[in-house]
Write a protein that binds this ligand. Structure first.
Ligand code: GRF
Length: 199
């Protein structure tokens, strides 16, 4: 049985699209399937992408103690929660219930250029401001600190002296689209093996 993925997104959803496309394009049997896309923003373009792909969508209140999101995840029997441009903190209640089963992607090489408020253009502006010669992509498990959970994959991306935050963001995003679906798949496979072992 493919793992049941929920993708949480607040914005444009290009990583969501890459994940959907990846699992659709597999020649072998699917290891995972996006069964729910949920957002804290009712007008998130990610919800439109999901609806176009005939995936169930939901809008939830992110200002409560996590009860609404948790009930949603449980009602869809979600195995793995994938954050793709989700800008709110995941409440401890949800992290506790889904420990080791929530992953996030960050557009820099954590632990550098991460933490509260470090998202979007701010990340790339900070990289350029420090004169760093490389940035990258980090996929990590989510715990109760912003961008601090165990790192499961990183990929380096060069920074050119001519880069603006927009050009760097575009180069990093293209790598995210390759890396994230494959890491999501790997985590789903490991999770399936682990749950067979403990059955
Ligand atoms: C990506 O850069 C991701 O690393 C970060 O938020 C952005 C989301 O972009 N967490 P998109 O909504 O997937 O296009």
């Amino acid at each position: 049985m493919p793992s049941r993925l929920a993708v949480l997104a607040s914005g444009r959803g290009s990583n969501l699209q890459a994940i959907i496309d990846h699992f659709d394009s597999l020649a072998r049997e699917r290891t995972a399937k996006v069964v729910l896309v949920a957002s804290n923003r009712a007008d998130s373009p990610a919800l439109i992408r999901a609806a176009t792909a005939s995936i169930d969508i939901a809008h939830f209140n992110s200002a409560d103690d996590g009860s609404e999101l948790l009930a949603l995840l449980k009602s869809f029997r979600i195995d793995l929660v994938v954050l793709a441009g989700y800008l709110k903190r995941i409440q401890p209640k949800v992290i506790h219930e889904y420990a080791g089963r929530i992953i996030n992607i960050h557009p820099a090489l954590l632990p550098a250029f991460g933490g509260e408020g470090m998202y979007g253009a701010r990340v790339h502006e900070a990289v350029i401001a420090t004169g760093a010669r490389e940035s990258g992509v980090t996929v990590h498990l989510v715990d109760d600190e912003y961008d601090r959970g165990p790192i499961v994959a990183q990929w380096r991306v060069p920074v050119s002296p001519l880069d603006t935050s927009e050009s760097l963001a575009a180069r990093v995003l293209a790598v995210e689209h390759t890396v994230y679906p494959r890491v999501v798949e790997m985590v789903a496979i490991l999770q399936q093996l682990e749950s067979k072992r403990t059955d």
